[in-house]
Design a protein around this ligand. Structure first.
Ligand code: PHE
Length: 447
């Protein structure tokens, strides 16, 4: 990560905020809800929760530990630690695939960030007021159908990201995270409250928490694990980079638990806010990436004070997306900066423009290129699927295997402040449960 972020991490609180800022984003609200909808509901949610606890937590801890020990960017940190521990330098590939994943993810993430920006403005101009589900659906369809408008918003979002990363993340942003994050939680709670008044809250809860195990396939399990990686920002070297700015006094396991609980609570709240509205309006939960952009405006357009709530919601969503997007661009910029003679600003511009260009290909899959299919997926879905289901799990697997098997067990236990039964539990999970879980899910999901 940037030296600028580093310089700011004055306290543990700042670190938690930075990590949470990266973790909490479109993944919790936009991606979580549509993945739940597409994958049939509760079974997906429960498998996702299991993945978060058994795979997400240990890998998050492992990534921070690698970063803190390595004190460098992910690729160098992995290479140096491997050398010091008498292992192959090829472990650096774990860092490299993480950076590649960050690059690919940001390209389509920015397209959705652009939707969120466009909806923020749409809320200001009252475009959604009084519209029914069909009206909102038509508005959204119009947005998707127009490559020019999509490009405009994608460009605006990417420009914001480039601007912030080039200048360095300022104190102002940190302060904003501190106030906006609780704001987002509060708003979600208000929306859950609204959901309770729709008369479809019970249906939504059943959809989210009463599993139909017969619908579970290898693909659903892989999707749930992919979501766990995506939402926790794992497998991208981001958490490794964040770890390199950590003081020795931070308790990694405890902090990981805090960040994970926060991230999960936000995702579940989002589901409880969104699904009652979906059912109340007779919409389908399996509508794909457009889910929140169609059903939430319907609710905002028809409730008292909805205009202002809608504006706040999309503003907060955009902000959450920005803090995540910044963390995605950072590793790419850092790599370019270190491996070329370019200055930070030039490195940011070049990386940002490259990401932007790939994003254009992603947004064309909603319109002019919607029939361009690779492995049966359009470019947008291909980018999302390949990263979340292949690159992230493999990078995360590399990180946990490295910490569990290549680093000295006693020193890891000391660093994690674990002893006795807890240490044995950690070793069991880190050596066997998490890696085997990832491998089994990965293999069965791809079959
Ligand atoms: N975790 C972020 C989210 O849930 C997305 C993200 C992925 C951010 C990868 C950084 C890295 O929206």
């Amino acid at each position: 990560m940037s030296k600028l972020v580093h310089a700011q991490w004055s306290s543990k609180m700042t670190f938690v905020l930075a990590a949470a800022g990266s973790a909490v984003g479109l993944g919790n609200i936009w991606r979580f809800s549509y993945m739940v909808g597409d994958s049939g509901g509760a079974a997906f949610v429960l498998i996702y929760l299991a993945c978060v606890a058994l795979v997400g937590l240990p890998i998050l801890v492992a990534e921070w530990l690698i970063g803190r020990r390595g004190q460098e960017n992910p690729i160098n940190a992995m290479a140096d630690l491997a050398r010091q521990n008498g292992r192959l330098p090829a472990w650096a590939l774990v860092g490299a695939s993480g950076v590649l994943a960050a690059f690919l993810i940001l390209s389509f993430y920015s397209v959705i960030g652009g939707w969120s920006l466009s909806y923020t403005l749409g809320s200001v101009t009252g475009r959604f007021t009084g519209q029914d589900a069909d009206g909102i659906g038509a508005l959204f369809g119009g947005l998707l159908g127009s490559p020019g408008i999509l490009t405009l918003w994608h460009t605006a979002f990417m420009a914001l990201v480039i601007f912030i990363v080039a200048r360095g993340v300022t104190k102002g942003l940190e302060g904003a995270v501190r106030t906006l994050m609780p704001g987002l939680v509060l708003l979600l709670i208000v929306l859950v409250g609204y959901g309770m008044t729709t008369g479809h809250f019970g249906e939504a809860l059943a959809f989210m928490f009463r599993p139909d195990w017969s619908a579970v396939t290898g693909g659903v399990v892989l999707a749930a694990m992919g979501q766990a990686f995506f939402t926790l920002s794992l497998g991208m070297g981001i958490m490794m980079a964040y770890g390199s700015y950590l003081g020795e006094d931070v308790n990694l396991v405890g902090t990981a638990r805090t960040v994970i609980i926060l991230d999960t609570v936000i995702a579940l709240l989002a589901g409880m806010a969104i699904f009652p509205i979906v059912f109340a309006n007779g919409m389908s939960p399996a509508d794909g990436p457009g889910l929140i952009f169609v059903n939430l405006p319907v609710a905002f357009g028809n409730m008292t004070g909805g205009a202002i709530l809608g504006l706040m919601f999309f503003l907060l969503l955009t902000f959450a997306a920005l803090t995540s997007a910044i963390s995605l661009l950072e590793p790419v910029v850092e790599l370019v900066e270190e491996r070329t003679p370019l200055t930070r600003v030039a490195a940011t511009l070049i990386s940002g423009v490259a990401v932007w260009a790939l994003g254009i290909a992603a947004l064309m899959s909603f319109n002019v290129w919607d029939s361009v299919l690779i492995f049966g997926l359009n470019i947008f879905d291909l980018l999302d699927t390949f990263t979340s289901k292949v690159l992230l799990p493999l990078t995360g697997l590399g990180a946990i295997l490295f910490v569990a098997w290549c680093l000295d067990r006693t020193s890891v236990a000391e660093e994690l402040n674990l002893a006795g039964g807890k240490e044995r539990l950690w070793t069991l999970v880190a050596r066997y449960v998490a890696p085997i879980g990832v491998i089994v899910v990965f293999v069965t999901g791809l079959l």
